[in-house]
Design a protein around this ligand. Structure first.
Ligand SMILES: Cc1cc2nc3c(=O)[nH]c(=O)nc-3n(C[C@H](O)[C@H](O)[C@H](O)COP(=O)(O)OP(=O)(O)OC[C@H]3O[C@@H](n4cnc5c(N)ncnc54)[C@H](O)[C@@H]3O)c2cc1C
Length: 389
């Protein structure tokens, strides 16, 4: 294989694949290098929620543009992404009701289908839910979840069809920098050359940044999830939910399953190569107790499976995007446990930033690394608490 490309992408998760797709569509010769196999990192462990409810406008904009890819995947990308529309409920803590209403107004202004619903509406949408603690919730009728591994594969297939090359089992061990410019990378399979190198290495992003002499505030975030089988009386699917009141999210899965993740108890700073084939001790008990508060009939459900995963997380729990360090070096990392649903729009916007000098699909310049250097954090106008605590 020719060892020269226009752009080298380090990392074959959903973000590496999305950027490869968007660059290849514009005629760029792309080489993506993945140390293991496609979607072997956070992407393959992701719960796949596709919703637009954020308290930060640029994130809602990214999610809204991306949602339209998930909805119209066949026409926009080709292949399948497994998008399943379930409707999405955001159940706030009572003290955040007015913030939620302001955020719904922001979402509606962008064009996102979102509305405030009452506890009785929640009961109609999801008769199995306990609603005694709910006054109002936000509802997105179009949202749901997708299959992150399938979406990554489809993006990779489409990128390859437009000339991109993907090399797996290929760990990048160094970034070649000469005279302040990137020239390529060193890998276990030899050197590859390009004038643009993109760090899309997920939980390993700090390590790859260091290879280019760049320090980034990205540490690791461990997250466990489980699937529980619903008993026959509640076999029908329910909406996808962020149950902020119970520090939890959940969604239906095919086969009468419900997936559950918790917003608390996600350790930071572990090795990203830790064991993920099962969850950490104590997680299953905590998650079952939590989900049974919202869906009491799950007391007679049964545990199906559980596992963990690692993503990169930043101090404000928002991504780091854009050029930094040596000329030609770009960051697409720090997705902080919520990056799957925004990957199509991030890839489109990053391709514009690299090729045209500025993003156009969505203004992603607020996500620059420099915000941390001047002590700033990205915070919504009507902010909730950090999602992970
Ligand atoms: C359990 C879990 C549940 C989640 N649920 C959701 C959700 O419901 N909705 C949502 O939007 N987001 C969710 N997320 C977050 C989302 O999955 C991630 O933000 C997203 O997948 C990150 O994609 P990525 O491509 O940046 O990273 P990854 O998928 O981690 O890809 C990075 C890749 O880089 C490769 N790599 C690393 N170092 C090197 C190197 N030196 N050389 C070559 N390759 C290298 C890795 O092997 C890896 O494949 C979840 C995350 C986890 C862990």
């Amino acid at each position: 294989m020719n060892n020269t490309a226009d752009t080298i992408i380090v990392g074959g998760g959903i973000h590496g694949a999305s950027l490869a797709f968007h660059l290849a569509m514009r005629g760029v010769k792309v080489l993506l290098l993945e140390k293991s196999f496609l979607a072997s990192g956070a992407t393959g462990r992701s719960s796949g929620l596709v919703r637009m409810h954020y308290d930060l406008e640029p994130e809602s904009r990214l999610a809204w543009v991306s949602f339209q890819y998930f909805r119209d995947w066949k026409e926009k990308v080709g292949g399948e992404c497994g998008f399943t529309r379930t409707g999405f409920l955001f159940i706030p803590r009572r003290e955040y009701t007015s913030s939620m209403e302001a955020n719904i107004a922001m979402h509606q202004r962008i064009g996102i289908p979102s509305l405030r619903v009452t506890a009785q509406d929640v009961h109609r949408l999801a008769p199995s839910f306990a609603i005694d603690d709910i006054e109002y919730a936000a509802y997105e009728p179009e949202s749901g979840y997708a299959d992150p591994s399938q979406a990554t594969q489809a993006l990779a297939d489409a990128a390859r069809a437009h000339g991109a090359t993907f090399v797996q089992d290929c760990t990048v061990t160094g970034v070649i920098v000469t005279g302040g410019r990137v020239e390529g990378v060193r890998t276990v399979q030899g050197d590859y050359f390009a004038s643009v190198v993109v760090n899309a290495a997920g939980a390993w992003a700090s390590n790859v940044a260091q290879m280019a002499g760049v320090k980034i505030p990205v540490t690791t975030w461990r997250h466990d999830t489980l699937f529980v089988k619903r008993p026959d009386e509640i076999r029908l699917p329910h909406p996808t939910v962020i149950d902020y009141a119970n520090s939890m999210y959940f969604r239906p899965e095919s086969g009468g399953l419900t997936l559950v993740g918790l917003e608390d108890g996600n350790p930071l700073g572990q090795s990203p190569d830790g064991y993920t084939d099962s969850s950490q001790p104590g997680f299953v008990e905590r998650a079952i107790e939590r989900i049974c508060k919202r869906i009491p009939a799950l007391e007679s459900g049964s545990l199906y499976s559980h596992h963990g995963g690692y993503d990169g997380i930043t101090p404000d729990q928002r991504a780091i995007l854009g050029p930094t360090g040596p000329e030609g070096f770009y960051l697409v990392c720090g997705f902080s446990g919520t990056g799957f649903k925004i990957a199509p729009a991030v890839g489109a916007s990053m391709a514009e930033w690299i090729l045209d000098g500025q993003p156009a699909t969505v203004d992603i310049t607020p996500f620059k690394l420099e915000r941390f250097e001047v002590g700033e954090k990205l915070v919504g106008d009507h902010a909730y608490e950090d999602i992970w605590h």
